[in-house]
Design a protein around this ligand. Structure first.
Ligand code: ATP
Length: 202
């Protein structure tokens, strides 16, 4: 059986426990040998113009994944020429790692707007979806019927809902509130030492 590889793409500005928990539950439920955290270039769907430099986001991802040998960091998206759509990114991962069975990890809320993603058919051609069920989003048959092959290329897994977001963390840092327990200790230290997220608008 081919080795199963998970991909968790994101801005990771900063990486937080929500990302780590969903990756860990996906690995366990689907039998992923590894989950690669793949920071994105400036993503098209974000309105913030000032995402932290890739150098800081990469350093934080590396610190966060270092303690878990199922987890790894990938600069696959960062080293491409410009921002990529998920479909393009997964096509490249598939080309470079043809022997792996690739699972793109996403929350159930993403499933709802999956048909509006760029080239959903191409995404499903190159990867399967690992969908974290989330309280508040019931995955219906209708949601799985929106795109051909979506149903047989999706695996649902249970994951606890941890209502933490990178934007919420940035807000708290700006207000001088604690982010302890929302991010691993090393990330909290890194953010403090570098003075990240103190300026308005970040
Ligand atoms: P922001 O608040 O800046 O929008 P974010 O916290 O959503 O950021 P991203 O880096 O954009 O973080 O997320 C990467 C991936 O992780 C996305 O697929 C997103 O749905 C998922 N994710 C983010 N936060 C959580 C969470 N608390 N629980 C489960 N999945 C999450």
């Amino acid at each position: 059986m081919p080795e199963r590889l998970g991909i968790l793409g994101g801005t990771f500005d900063p990486i937080h426990i929500g990302h780590l928990v969903i990756a860990s539950y996906a690995a366990e439920a689907i039998g992923l040998r590894r989950v690669l955290f793949m920071p994105a270039q400036t993503p098209s769907h974000k309105s913030r113009g000032d995402i932290s430099p890739a150098e800081d986001r990469v350093a934080m991802v590396n610190l966060a994944v270092a303690g878990d040998d199922r987890f790894g960091f990938s600069d696959f998206d960062l080293r491409s020429d410009g921002p990529s759509f998920t479909s393009q990114l997964l096509a490249r991962v598939h080309r470079e790692l043809p022997a792996r069975e690739i699972f793109f990890i996403a929350g159930a809320d993403s499933l709802r707007d999956f048909p509006t993603w760029n080239e959903p058919d191409a995404i499903l051609e190159h990867a399967q979806l690992a969908i974290a069920s989330r309280p508040g989003t019931v995955v219906t048959g209708a949601m799985l019927a929106t795109v051909r092959n979506l149903r047989n290329r999706s695996t649902l897994f249970e994951s606890p809902l941890i209502e933490v977001s990178s934007s919420g963390i940035r807000d708290r840092v700006r207000k001088g509130a604690s982010i302890r327990y929302l991010v691993p200790d090393e990330i909290e230290r890194y953010i403090r030492d570098r003075g990240l997220y103190l300026d308005a608008g970040t």
